[in-house]
Design a binder for this molecule. Structure first.
Ligand code: IFM
Length: 441
């Protein structure tokens, strides 16, 4: 089972989840420093800021020829405005270390660590954020653009907007359904403004294909609502189709979103994409509620009359359903809607990992997860989806946001006390797939 020639194999991380060094070299506070104060935080995480050379060597040793990481806005612009040359210098060193080993850097500009100073002005609810983000994109591109050719603007605006401003389980911890929708629109606007600076760029969206009893009209309606706000709401404007009318109708009662959309916004958002970044972990199962005005167990802002059902086993320790077939379905669905190539920029799983007395981490469940999901990607390619690469989430065990250090997603085990790194069996398995650019039948 060979992947196409030139298929891009890599692993992904994000700045706040691995760097640590939250006060080094003038870095300013981010919303995650504020949100995690007094609890587990991204300090020191994997201490990658000081150990980046070790980590680049690990990437090389796994045979990966691409590395997706994010730059930290509060390291580069500590107050959201003023440029820190010491902050930029770190990414200079990292990019050079990667290129020396023939590893392609794939930069994400925003993976959720907003400078606190900008949050103090309203954060993603303040329309000015789009201009701030474009300025930040220009600064990073001016400094690294001679060597970095792969740019991603935002990672998972769904999480940043809906979990940060809707449910409040992520920084900045705001619980306001209307604000969540406005924040989502401003994320897309910021993406568009940054693309104008970067030339072509990509964006990484987290998709969750919906499962329900499609024989029943009420179930189909619950799936439509969830799919609309989770998946199509972010995708359609990027593809130049504007916000889906059915979704606008679903959230109209909040009265928040439409006033935030100004003339020209949809044109700004619909920039040409170099490729679409696809983050996939699990499907979502939905069902209707009898009371159409009731708020079910659904994390999406404004949706009423529907419920999200418990996932079905086997689950990961995140409680996420393992269903590789949904990844094939997703890639084929996206392939039928987008004219740009697809790159899976996040896929992976958290399990309980044990370092055994012989020093090995025998993470067979993760090997099976990766194997089955890579087969799912291959199946989509065979059926015609234009998928150009796959990045495992994550290179390293790291800081899993609101869940702290309880969830290990890495190909490489990290001891958060000693900072020792151990390549897990899954890391070796992934390296073997990469080496042969395929799987055995
Ligand atoms: O760790 C996160 C990452 O930051 C964004 N995508 C999902 C991962 C696992 O939850």
């Amino acid at each position: 089972m060979r992947f196409p020639p030139g298929f891009l194999w890599g692993a992904a991380t994000a700045a706040y989840q691995i760097e640590g060094a939250v006060s080094d070299d003038g870095r300013g506070p981010s919303i995650w420093d504020t949100f995690t104060r007094g609890g587990q935080s991204g300090d020191p995480a994997c201490d990658h800021y000081h150990r980046y050379l070790t980590d680049v060597e690990l990437i090389d040793s796994l045979g990966l020829r691409a590395y997706r990481f994010s730059t930290a806005w509060p390291r580069i612009m500590p107050d959201g405005r003023t440029v820190s040359s010491r902050g930029l210098a770190f990414y200079d060193r990292l990019v050079d270390a990667l290129l020396e080993r023939d590893i392609t850097p794939v930069i994400t500009l925003y993976h959720w660590d907003l400078p606190q100073a900008l949050q103090d002005e309203g954060g993603w609810c303040n329309r000015d954020i789009a201009s701030h983000f474009a300025s930040y994109a220009r600064v990073v591109h001016d400094r690294l653009g001679d060597r970095v050719k792969q740019w991603t603007t935002l990672n998972e605006p769904f999480c940043s907007a809906f979990l940060g401003y809707g449910t409040g389980v992520h920084a900045p911890g705001i619980q306001d359904e209307g604000k969540a929708l406005v924040a989502a629109h401003h994320h897309l606007l910021a993406h568009g403004r940054a693309c104008e600076v970067l030339g072509t760029a990509s964006i990484a969206l987290n998709f969750s294909p919906v499962l329900t009893d499609f024989r029943d009209a009420a179930h189909r309606e619950s799936a439509r609502r969830f799919d609309g706000l989770h998946n199509r709401f972010f995708l359609d404007p990027l593809l130049g189709q504007g916000y889906p009318p059915d979704v606008l109708a679903d959230v109209a009662h909040l009265g928040a979103l439409e006033p935030a959309i100004r003339d020209g916004d949809l044109e700004t958002i619909a920039q040409p994409l170099s490729w679409l970044g696809v983050n996939y972990y699990a499907p979502t199962r939905t069902a209707p509620l009898d009371d159409l005005t009731a708020r079910g167990n659904c994390p999406l802002p404004g949706l009423r009359g529907m419920d999200v059902l418990p996932p079905r086993g086997p689950l990961t320790t995140m409680g996420w359903e393992q269903r590789p077939a949904s990844l094939t379905d997703l890639l084929l669905w996206l392939g039928s809607r987008c004219s740009v190539p697809l790159v899976v920029v996040e896929n992976g799983a958290a399990f309980v990992d044990v370092v055994e007395p012989d020093g090995r981490v025998r993470d067979g469940e993760r090997v099976r997860y990766l194997d089955s999901h890579l087969r799912a990607v291959h199946a989509a390619i065979v059926s015609g989806a234009d998928v150009r690469g796959y990045f495992a989430w994550s290179l390293l065990d790291n800081f899993e946001w609101a869940l702290g250090y309880t969830q290990r997603f890495g190909l490489v085990h990290v001891d958060f006390v000693t900072q020792q790194r151990i390549v897990k069996d899954s890391g070796r398995f992934f390296a073997s797939v990469v080496a042969r650019n395929g799987l055995t039948d």
